[in-house]
Design a binder for this molecule. Structure first.
Ligand code: PDD
Length: 287
């Protein structure tokens, strides 16, 4: 079955789906996006994903092309047409088509909306995660990483650097020695006192939806959580480390730049949170 994409109001075979070469998303990466998980036909945490989409659009001064309820209808239709019950739905909105000029077009243009859907198998067994290796790399990104912008060149290069090193992810290190986040994940450690530590929200990190979910789950489970930045030294000294994202959920980090974290096995708290996250995906409504 060929995949179907939604492009500006039309459902078209993905292999033939296209946007203009004058689309500012193509010219300037002048756009934003979202990736939301889908399990058993339900879009998990739909509202926070749509709220963040609206926030990202505000952040780059693009007007909402349509109400969020209409985007939801398009997401559902795209999932249905692709027969995706388990996977992800991708939404991208760019400023639209105009002759190339850095400043916004003087006459208003229509933002371009693309929605695609992809199948994937979600994990069901928290204990099956054997952990992953990461590398660290300087944070060379722009100053508004809280906006989920399509301009991801620094993230792309960091991810490739990780893959070239045989690692799953790269965590960005800021000039002050603190870790901001991963190329496509948020970063966490558990310190020697069992405290869960992750960077507070701010312009240096994406406000991850999985990050928020894990904060809630950890709080409800009575875990000690501190939102503060942490350094590479603290990471290397941590009892546990893990990353979070829509597609990775919670995954244990067991090595950094070739050096082990604790005993190179996923830690107890990481496994607990991964289990809670798997259960959340299995039970969360679309609200
Ligand atoms: N990436 N940080 C960055 C830089 C990200 O790109 C992502 C998500 C996250 C985690 O956010 P969330 O929990 O909302 O997925 C953190 C998505 C999945 C992507 O670009 O494909």
């Amino acid at each position: 079955m060929s995949r179907i994409a939604h492009v500006n109001g039309a459902y078209v075979p993905q292999s033939r789906a296209s946007v203009s070469i004058d689309d500012r998303g193509y010219q300037f990466a002048d756009g934003v996006y979202e990736v939301a998980p889908v399990q058993a036909g339900r879009i998990i945490d739909l509202k926070p994903h749509l709220d963040r989409l609206a926030q990202s659009l505000r952040g780059i001064q693009i007007d909402m092309p349509m109400p969020l309820s209409a985007i939801t209808v398009i997401c559902r239709e795209t999932l249905a047409r692709n027969r995706v019950l388990d996977g992800t739905v991708y939404m991208q909105i760019s400023r639209g088509v105009a002759a190339r000029d850095h400043g916004f077009p003087k006459t208003p243009i229509k933002p371009a909306l693309v929605v695609t859907a992809k199948s994937m198998v979600w994990p069901t067994d928290a204990g099956a995660d054997t952990g992953i290796a990461i590398i660290t790399t300087p944070d060379t990104r722009w100053g508004r990483c809280d906006i989920k912008a399509t301009g991801l060149l620094a993230n792309v290069l960091a991810k490739q650097k990780a893959r070239d090193a045989g690692a799953f992810e790269a965590w960005f290190v800021r000039p002050d020695g603190s870790i901001s986040e991963g190329a496509s994940t948020n970063a966490w450690i558990v310190d020697r006192d069992g405290r869960l530590i992750t960077r507070p929200l701010g312009p240096e990190i994406l406000p991850g939806i999985t990050r928020a979910t894990v904060l809630n789950l950890a709080g409800a489970a009575g875990l000690d959580v501190v939102e503060r930045s942490f350094t590479v030294e603290e990471l290397l000294d941590a009892r546990e480390a893990f990353l979070t994202s829509t597609t990775a959920m919670v995954r244990a980090v067991i090595a950094v730049d070739g050096r082990p974290i604790a005993n190179r096995y996923p830690g107890e708290i990481t496994r607990q949170l991964r289990g809670l996250c798997i259960a959340h995906y299995g039970s969360a409504g679309e609200a």
